[in-house]
Write a protein that binds this ligand. Structure first.
Ligand code: FE2
Length: 185
């Protein structure tokens, strides 16, 4: 775990590193409550923003080179590629091959239909970890401790609502995730 912490520390700013450590601890707590492997949750939390400090131009060109660009929204907002590219880079550079962990890193920003449990925990932890501050965050933290499925749906609602209110682009996979989980409730 320490070697991975060193690898991520070398790539991220001090503030981003603080966020990453907060997500690691939040994910570990949610894993403990909901019966997931705690070490996987910690490692996924630690590595989820591996590609977050890569510039937009670089994100786009590195993602293109690996065939990871799937829609025009990603070309307009290359930041959205830091999840899928991060998953690919931790595989290439750190030799991580746990598919659940790679999925969690890849999907942590946009979500997806039919996410694995670890991916759900990281998606939620990224939104509610200490340091995140928005009106419903305390309510989301409470829900996440009690009902992971409900928390996931509420996190999608919060993210989509945020984008709508600010006239931001919404990635179609996030809409697909919403439709998948709202009807599967
Ligand atoms: Fe991220």
């Amino acid at each position: 775990m320490q070697e991975y912490e060193k690898a991520i520390r070398e790539r991220l700013s001090k503030d981003r590193m603080e966020h990453v450590l907060a997500v690691r601890d939040c994910a570990a707590e949610l894993a403990a409550i909901h019966g997931l492997e705690q070490r996987d949750a910690e490692l996924a939390g630690l590595l989820h923003d591996y590609a977050r400090d890569i510039s937009a131009d670089q994100l786009l060109s590195m993602a293109r080179a690996r065939g990871l660009v799937t829609c025009s929204v990603e070309e307009k907002v290359p930041l959205l590629l830091h999840g899928p590219l991060g998953a690919q880079l931790i595989k290439e550079e750190l030799g991580i091959d746990n598919p659940h962990l790679l999925e969690a890193v890849a999907l942590h920003t946009l979500g997806s239909p039919a996410m694995g449990r670890l991916a759900q925990v990281i998606y939620i932890a990224d939104l509610i970890a200490p340091g995140r501050d928005f009106p419903s965050v305390e309510r989301l933290r409470e829900i996440a401790r009690n009902d992971l499925d409900r928390a996931l749906l509420e996190c999608f609602a919060s993210t989509i609502g945020y984008c709508l209110q600010r006239y931001k682009l919404i990635h179609p996979r996030t809409i697909d995730a919403w439709n998948y989980y709202v009807v599967s409730k």
